[in-house]
Design a protein around this ligand. Structure first.
Ligand code: SF4
Length: 321
């Protein structure tokens, strides 16, 4: 692979990955923290709109334990998040992050009310909205375009893999073409885009994962969130893992895949997450997913061992054929 010789600003201090904190400091001139907000939206892949049962790795409770209990309203979640994060970190700017489930799966009037409520406090400097590529119709995109003229906004689309066989096996309920269509429509409206990706699906080769990385790189996403495939309780994936039909990557295998992925990613794409995290209460495998920063540390070690960094082999002229 040809080496990319550009030297982005975030490499000045020896960093090998363009982190979210580096981006926020650059963009806002100050640290920015994300407040996770649960708007209690459903998911079209669970409620029957697209399918039932959901993605085979998904158990919403494992990502957001609060969903099991009575949930506070948006205002209260924001107030609470600000107090907690101000106490814990030296930050006075925050992004309201609509994270669990599908945060565009509601009538547009509801979405507008929810997103504008989150923007009420002056400390909230932006919105991050996580969703699926099949839940961003034109009315939703029009709303997000309007909001993005008023505040910093990123629309995070779950792809997980660009290999249709993997998407089918995971019961994602959409294919890669659906994702491409959503990306093209959102880009026409000038929206800032993020992609969620999972490495280590059974049957995926190194080349498959690199192809997904090249596709994401070519689309010039603002940000990506990477994580390893991991198994939580009460999911179809847990049964497949127990009976041995699905193997989960070791820390070393994952670090190598993630390093391959990062090497071809654009150096201008912010890497917001490098590995999954699940609480011990829900996690079945791999054990290292329960160890804080284990994935990040292993990937950074692997890049260092290679003398490499994010974007080292990014090819701006690559065309998907
Ligand atoms: S789209 Fe997201 S919330 Fe819905 S089933 Fe899949 S992982 Fe779960």
């Amino acid at each position: 692979m040809r080496e990319n010789v550009s030297f982005p600003f975030w490499r000045v201090d020896g960093a090998r990955i363009y982190s979210q904190s580096a981006y926020f400091r650059h963009e806002f001139g100050a640290p920015v923290r994300k407040i996770s907000v649960d708007a209690h939206f459903s998911c079209p892949n669970i409620d029957g709109t697209v399918g039932r049962g959901g993605c085979i790795f998904c158990d919403a409770r494992s990502f957001s334990p609060g969903r099991q209990f009575g949930l506070e309203d948006i205002d209260a979640q924001i107030d609470d998040g600000i107090v907690k994060l101000q106490r814990r970190f030296d930050a006075n700017k925050f992004i309201a992050y609509f994270q669990p489930s599908t945060n565009t799966h509601a009538p547009v009037e509801t979405l507008e009310r929810v997103f504008r409520t989150a923007l009420r406090r002056p400390e909230i400097v932006g919105l991050a909205i996580g969703t699926r590529p099949d839940a961003v119709g034109e009315p939703v995109l029009a709303l997000l375009e309007e909001l993005s003229r008023e505040t910093w906004l990123v629309l995070e689309l779950g792809l997980q893999s660009s290999k249709d066989a993997s998407l089918r096996a995971m019961n994602r309920g959409h294919n890669y073409a659906c994702f491409v269509d959503a990306v093209e429509r959102a880009k026409r409206r000038g929206l800032r885009l993020g992609a969620h990706l999972i490495l280590g699906f059974p049957g995926e080769t190194r080349e498959d994962m690199i192809l997904t990385a090249r596709r994401v790189a070519a689309a010039r996403f603002h940000s990506v969130k990477l994580h390893n495939l991991y198994v939580v309780r009460n999911t179809p994936l847990a049964s497949l893992w127990r009976d041995g039909s699905v193997k989960i990557q070791s820390l070393d295998e994952y670090a190598q895949c993630a390093a391959d992925f990062l090497e071809v990613l654009s150096p201008e794409t912010v890497v917001e997450r490098l590995a999954g995290e699940a609480s011990a209460e829900f996690l079945l495998a791999p054990e290292w997913t329960g160890v804080k920063h284990a994935g990040r540390n292993a990937i950074e070690r692997e890049l260092k061992r290679r003398g490499s960094w994010q974007g080292k082999f990014f090819d701006p002229d690559w065309i998907d054929q």
